[in-house]
Design a protein around this ligand. Sequence first.
Ligand code: GLN
Length: 496
Amino acid sequence: MTELTRMTAVDLAAGIKKKEFSAVDVAKAHFDQIAAVDKKLNAFLFIDEDGAMAQAANVDKKLASGEFLGPLAGVPVAVKDIFTQKDIPTTCGSRILENWRPPYDSTVVSRMKNADMVLLGKVNMDEFAMGSSTETSAYGPTTNPWDTSRIPGGSSGGSSAAVAGFLAPLAVGTDTGGSIRQPAAVTGTVGVKPTYGGISRYGIVALASSLDQAGPFARTVLDAALLHQAIAGYDPLDSTSINQPIPDFVAAAKHKDIAGMKLGIVKEFAGEGYQAGVLNRFNEAVAILRNLGAEIVELSCPSFTYALAAYYLIQPSECSSNLARFDGMRYGLRVDDGDSSVEQVMAATRAAGFGPEVKRRIIIGTYALSSGYYDAYYGSAQKVRRLIADDFNAAFSQVDALISPTSPITAFKIGEKLNDPMAMYLNDICTIPVNLAGVGGMSVPIGLADEDNLPAGMQIMAPVMCDDRMYRVAGALESALVSSWGGLLLDKAPRL
Ligand code: GLN
């Protein structure tokens, strides 16, 4: 039998239902793997072995008594430490939330619990999801299972490393500018940033509320679709949640036929700064899509060139406002010598609790929103945002979906870019326009770059509430690639 930790979510759920193994066996195998290799990865910040074993035992009990079980019952999942989970520490990768235990479940967590999934624990992330490498976490960086001297992407690097390192078949993350897609690309996993409003943000610690979206990580397109289906859909607790029926992602992932679909290559996403080996894999994947019967056209989205600049005004502006709540009064850390004014306690708490990247963003955002500069910075950035959405609309009037590399480069070395914010920000050059427009984007593995034998990803983008199209394209591409590789890309990764 295949090792339990190397199986897909689909096969795990089927095996549990057929009683080939129990949900408890599955959970235990994953905790053994975590104990064996997480010293090298530092993916988990909190391991909830007791809670998870109880959930697994409950699945086995329900099965024994003939109760109905959903498609992911008994399947383990790793949860980014940005989702609240009742009574479980939620740090957001920050000292300021150390020891904070939320009194409630986020909607994503409660839907996974209702689906009888087994929540293994909380995984590492860049502090407050600001970063592309997991290095800004106050709890040390997570490493990439392909090469532990390299970053696993970020900010959801604990999620990508857990899935790529076989610590969990599934994970959830969040994506404000690329934080699901870029980590997926550099670890050879599948990562999906749904349409804005497609998954509830209730109980997710806010970074930039108009950009944040939760989404799944998996090793296969179908597994990602199943998790997406389980957590998606309207939630009255999130005022930006879309009240519409969700498309059938699972059927789309299984469809496999893309003959006649029209796909657009975004011309702006190539050239200087793109690693040759990443572009080679991208061009080969495009040829495969063409062979499968898709019509490929090249088109221009000229405003995308300004996306990074607009994002680094809008995102810090929203984050400066959202992070004002961490004041030493309400949650977590409080630095108080007993002899200070309220203002001094707030200042001391924020000085000690936030890391340098978070402080940098709060300062930029506060400046961009200040009277006198508001129109010049924040106001202009919002206008650019409109132009980017217009470019997407024009593109989607000609094609069903857009494609590009996910990240211009493969996983870089830990420490290489940490002191160069601009170099770090460029990792998201292809992913940021998607968040600014609120459309869907996903990353699917397309092979190893020639220079360094590290994973590269293709980004597939689809119009609002058409995320099923991404699964259809990704599912077809994955089947063709997996048959040419003779297995998943991740099977080529060195064993930890
Ligand atoms: N890397 C980007 C940033 O630092 C995106 C982060 C994210 O998507 N959460 O803001």
